[in-house]
Design a protein around this ligand. Sequence first.
Ligand SMILES: Nc1ncnc2c1ncn2[C@@H]1O[C@H](COP(=O)(O)OP(=O)(O)OP(=O)(O)O)[C@@H](O)[C@H]1O
Ligand SMILES: [Mg+2]
Length: 345
Amino acid sequence: MNDTAVLEVTGLVKHYRGRSRAGRRNGPVRAVDGVDLSIGQGEVLGLVGESGSGKSTVGKCVSRLVMPTAGDIRLLGTDISRMSRRRLRPLRRDVHVVFQDAFSSLNPRMKIGDIVAGPLRQHRESDTRERRRRVGDMLERVGFRAEMAARFPHELSGGQRQRVALARALVMGPKLVVADEPVSALDVSVQASILNLLLDLQHDMGFSCLFITHDLSVVEFISDRIAVMYLGRIVETASREELFAHPQHPYTQALLSAAPLPDPGHGRARERVVLSGDLPSQSKRIAGCPFHTRCPVAVDRCHRDVPALTGVTAGDHLVSCHLVTPETGGPDITIGRNGIVHHTP
Ligand SMILES: Nc1ncnc2c1ncn2[C@@H]1O[C@H](COP(=O)(O)OP(=O)(O)OP(=O)(O)O)[C@@H](O)[C@H]1O
Ligand SMILES: [Mg+2]
């Protein structure tokens, strides 16, 4: 393994059992269908993709809230993919998760101080006095005064609750934080303050982060590296600068060209069409490239062969598309204001 990798995932697959409908059983839902990724020490990897592409499932597998169907998940060199609960317990100090909805993830009957102290108690870390000190320190780090410890979740705003969730996730000094849409439920003005806080804490404490979002402006703000997911697979991964400057996969190009303009007053941009059609059902296996059913430039081969995620340019820019080669680069796709796809061969 790469010795700086905090997390190394190979061949990750998670199939959920399909729901039966009208007496007929659907096939399994292929939520994650062969994902490789790694996160270096102190690195933020942004995982971005449409709703249903499998982002949360990746997050749940790497934090072992669910058991993967197949694949390796190496956390600090140890494969945790099939570990029992009991053997996982000591490793739980190294990975913590922050969810979108802090309200439902914070026990309404517990005081903030006890919520943040939860992981310390679970891991029998330090005595009561020392715990109180660490909780106070952590609350301060996320921008609260010590009095906050005595309050209850319902007295707090959404942004404050997300700070509490962050404090709880970080109190053990984890190596990896999985943040699943942590700011999606917040007002845009509050989002920025939470993202800045997360980056400051990450800088000070040095943890690595898998940051899950469907929001391109958030992923651009927060990530060192970005992985774009589509239908349970990663279709492109590169450094943030490289991905935004030279997107190669037709799906990434479509996503980026449809991103809202930075000026929030520019209402029209938000209405632009991304791609025609919805994400296909994950309970049917698609032959060939998973994107071919919506790809504006698909050729015969794309209906037949699954493209591998391979390097196309220097560095660690990887793309999974038959049409992208080191010689030609990617097909050049832009999406017009009216949703019409333009392709410059
Ligand atoms: N417990 C489950 N049982 C059955 N299917 C599931 C389960 N959890 C997720 N799925 C399905 O797996 C697919 C991927 O879901 P997932 O929640 O990982 O996507 P996501 O990219 O996080 O989407 P969103 O942006 O909406 O959060 C979806 O089709 C979803 O319906
Ligand atoms: Mg999700």
